[in-house]
Design a protein around this ligand. Structure first.
Ligand SMILES: [Zn+2]
Length: 194
């Protein structure tokens, strides 16, 4: 039994039925997300979680027809996707889990449909065989990635000395460290190490 989000589907039919799709696919069956994780883990020697490809990507989608005033109804999809990606922290180069969630809102016009922009919706033109929902989902999850991939809780970072040495340590932006006392403590530790 193949997952609905992995197949090309006709959104006009789904919208006419106001279809709801809940699906869970393994991270290993994605394209761009699996590439991203594979590349990240290749940089992180030996500690990659063996079963990351089986991690669940959960998707909930609802289809309906949306009509801009005076316009033709256009299939639309809204929903959410969630996944926890194993990635590499840019601060300590250690493994981190990134809980990623994305809201999805697309108009899905067919080639022959005229449509107007609808606030809050992106447009994903539908070609011949239909749309593969995983493509929409991956697009939005990738856009939801934070600019800097780092452990949110700095105390989970591995000690940096072996990677950055004395040159890089201590020169990072001070705004990243809101806790003065902790900062002072780290200074002390750095000084002791030197
Ligand atoms: Zn880290």
């Amino acid at each position: 039994m193949s997952s609905p989000v992995l197949q090309a589907m006709r959104p006009d039919a789904l919208a006419a039925r106001r279809e709801e799709i809940r699906d869970v696919v393994p991270l290993g069956s994605t394209d761009r997300l699996a590439d991203l994780v594979g590349e990240a883990l290749a940089r992180c020697d030996g500690e990659a979680p063996a079963d990351w490809e089986r991690r669940p990507l959960a998707v909930e989608l609802e289809f309906e027809r949306r009509r801009v005033e005076g316009g033709q109804p256009v299939p639309a999809v809204t929903g959410q996707a969630r996944v926890a990606l194993p990635l590499v922290c840019e601060r300590c180069l250690g493994l981190m889990d990134l809980a990623l969630q994305a809201d999805i809102a697309f108009l899905l016009p067919d080639e022959d449909m005229s449509y107007e922009a609808l606030p809050g919706y992106e447009v994903w033109p539908v070609e011949g065989r239909g749309v593969r929902l995983l493509d929409l989902v991956e697009e939005e999850l990738l856009l939801a990635l934070p600019l800097a991939l780092m452990h949110e809780d700095r105390s989970r970072c591995r000690p940096v000395t072996e990677h950055f040495g004395a040159a890089g340590a201590g020169e990072e932006s001070e705004t990243q460290r809101p806790f003065g006392a902790l900062r002072a403590l780290m200074r002390e530790e750095e000084e002791q190490d030197e």
